[in-house]
Write a protein that binds this ligand. Structure first.
Ligand SMILES: [Zn+2]
Length: 558
């Protein structure tokens, strides 16, 4: 349901900017319900900001300021810190074309046409991943022939895309569709435009790289989406050349979200040592110090590694229990590289989904601690999706940060039990058990998701998922494994402080207290006084980064 907007009231405080004393705040958010995230003092009524930092937080009469915004009782929280995004892909999808939920002619034509109107003439329209939700709705998984019935043809879009070569793909990447302009450029003759196998691979390989301007435009789109949802830090794993985009945005004063950047090829650790990208490197806008890698695959493709076989294996491979990734295929070498990166004070951030994968990572961590000595590592277990009951205690003992995505839970639970059975699901997305074990949760979105699912950056979806463990339609009524639900405060903490802690930045971010960066979000809905189902409709009224109002919904939506 839509909430009635609270009228915005701006009032200018009595301080006169030029004559105000050095102590006068630049900005005060007054008459607010401030959730501070500070233990023991969770609520206050106003926040004062000077420069890019919070100078005071309190209740009662607020101090004078150059500018005072009357919050009319609205909820003010620390800006969201999304600990897991793929920023460049998200921007590409926002500006390009998203066909995940498309499986008919009309939808296909409309989406492609809209992308052509958005993009400058001559730019390619690629990706798309049509038909993903059609497949899932049929209770199936990627790649099965019955799951992918919709087949488009170029005659649907040719007349709408004379100036845009189009080469979009089906979600399983086994089929592509090229329009007349693309076929022309590729030198291929095809009446339908449908390409498969080698022809498709060759065509994809010939698509020219995106121009820098296009990538800038994509990043601007993604930044707007972050501002819209109160996200003030993203922890990004884009390809390395994305750093050029951040540099330019920053020079131009357009960077409205702080970036924590992780290279995501394990072999990059040597380059990181050379560049001194160790923990703490960079500054408050672009921070380094972490390397991301994978130990296993994913549930969707049954490539996540388990101790026991999948429950729904085909009779041909009854004992299949998942596999490894690029670098973990040789576990000894994998551990050597991780150990060397850790010795150079690079923080490790490893994708682990299956219970055995998570368990092996903990074994490796224990050996690293032994070999490289004890220190605050905050090893990041990325996804930590299915944990074996014997491993929760170990996670707590080693200061592990679980970098988890609560929205995944509600998206995956549709088929999790079928795939790994009820017993193993007890340790799946087990946020309560992780907290109880002493683990810090760092929430994130995994925006924009995979070729089979779109994960929105909107943190309200994540809060909803963590607190209810229900689909966005409210099922199951009591939540999926409801004993793993979190309180709202725990979920908020994981989406603010948790991410800051994960990147060793908790002294600067994640709470509303004196000395912290003034990164704030103002919501139009009091999450503490409403049902979680209402959070899905909640909106962010203001996003403030470093004391600067970067999003004001009343202006954006006029
Ligand atoms: Zn991811």
């Amino acid at each position: 349901m839509l909430l009635v907007g609270i009228p915005l009231a701006f009032s200018i405080g009595c301080g006169v900017p030029e004559e105000s004393s050095a102590d006068t705040a630049d900005l005060v958010l007054a008459n607010a319900k401030v959730w501070t995230g500070v233990e023991g003092e969770p609520f206050a009524e106003w926040v004062a900001v000077r420069g890019d930092r919070i100078t005071a937080v309190g209740s009662g009469t607020p101090p004078d300021a150059k500018k005072t915004l009357d919050m009319n009782g609205r909820l003010v929280i620390p800006g969201f810190n999304d600990s897991h995004v793929h920023f460049a892909s998200a921007g590409g999808l926002l500006l390009g074309v998203n066909l995940l939920d498309v499986n008919d002619d009309e939808g296909f034509r409309q989406r492609i046409q809209a992308a052509a109107e958005r993009l400058p003439k001559g730019s390619w329209i690629t990706g798309g991943d049509w038909g993903a939700y059609e497949a899932w709705a049929m209770g199936s998984e990627g790649g099965e022939s019955t799951a992918t019935q919709y087949v488009p043809r170029r005659s649907l879009i040719d007349e709408h895309t004379p100036d845009h070569p189009v080469l979009v793909v089906r979600f399983d990447r086994a089929m592509g569709l090229a329009n007349a302009a693309a076929l022309d450029e590729l030198g291929i003759v095809s009446e339908t435009g449908i390409l498969k196998e080698e022809e498709l691979q060759a065509a994809l390989g010939s698509v020219p790289e995106k121009s820098f301007e296009r990538r800038m435009a994509e990043a601007r789109g993604a930044l707007l989406e972050c501002r819209r949802w109160g996200v003030t830090t993203v922890q990004d794993m884009s390809p390395l050349d994305q750093l050029d985009v951040y540099d330019r945005l920053r020079e131009d004063g357009e960077l409205t979200c702080r970036i924590h950047f992780s290279p995501s090829r394990l072999s990059d650790y040597e380059m990181m040592i050379e560049k001194e990208w160790t923990v703490g490197a960079g500054d408050e806008w672009v921070r380094f110090g972490t390397i991301k890698t994978h130990i296993d695959g994913i549930m969707g493709g049954r490539s996540a590694r388990f101790f026991e076989p999948y429950d729904d294996n085909s009779p041909d491979v009854p004992n299949w229990r998942g596999g490894w990734r690029e670098f973990s295929g040789d576990l000894e070498k994998f551990e050597e590289m991780l150990t060397a990166a850790d010795a150079a004070r690079i923080q490790l951030r490893v994708h682990a989904i299956g219970d055995e994968a998570n368990s092996i990572m903990l074994d490796i961590l224990e050996r690293i601690e032994k070999n490289n000595g004890t220190r605050s590592r905050r090893f990041r277990l990325v996804h930590a999706q299915v944990i074996h009951p014997k491993d929760f205690d170990r996670i707590g003992q080693h200061e592990v940060v679980a970098e988890v995505q609560p929205y995944h839970c509600t998206d995956d639970m549709r088929w999790m039990e079928e795939r790994i059975g009820h017993e193993r699901c007890k340790g799946a997305y087990a946020f309560r058990s992780l907290i109880d074990a002493g683990c810090t949760l760092a929430f994130g979105s995994d925006w924009p998701g995979t070729n089979a699912s779109y994960y929105p950056v909107n943190p309200l979806f994540g809060l909803y998922a963590a607190v209810t463990r229900q689909t966005i339609n409210g099922t199951p009524p009591e939540g999926w494994f409801p004993e793993q639900r979190l309180s709202l405060e725990e979920a908020l903490r994981a989406y603010t402080y948790g991410g800051a802690y994960a990147s060793f930045e908790e002294n600067d971010k994640g709470r509303i207290k004196e000395g912290q960066l003034a990164d704030l979000a103002v919501l139009n809905t009091d999450l503490f006084e409403t049902e979680p189902s209402e959070w899905l409709e909640a909106r962010v009224d203001y996003t403030i980064v470093g004391g600067r109002i970067v999003f004001d919904r009343s202006r954006e939506e006029g």
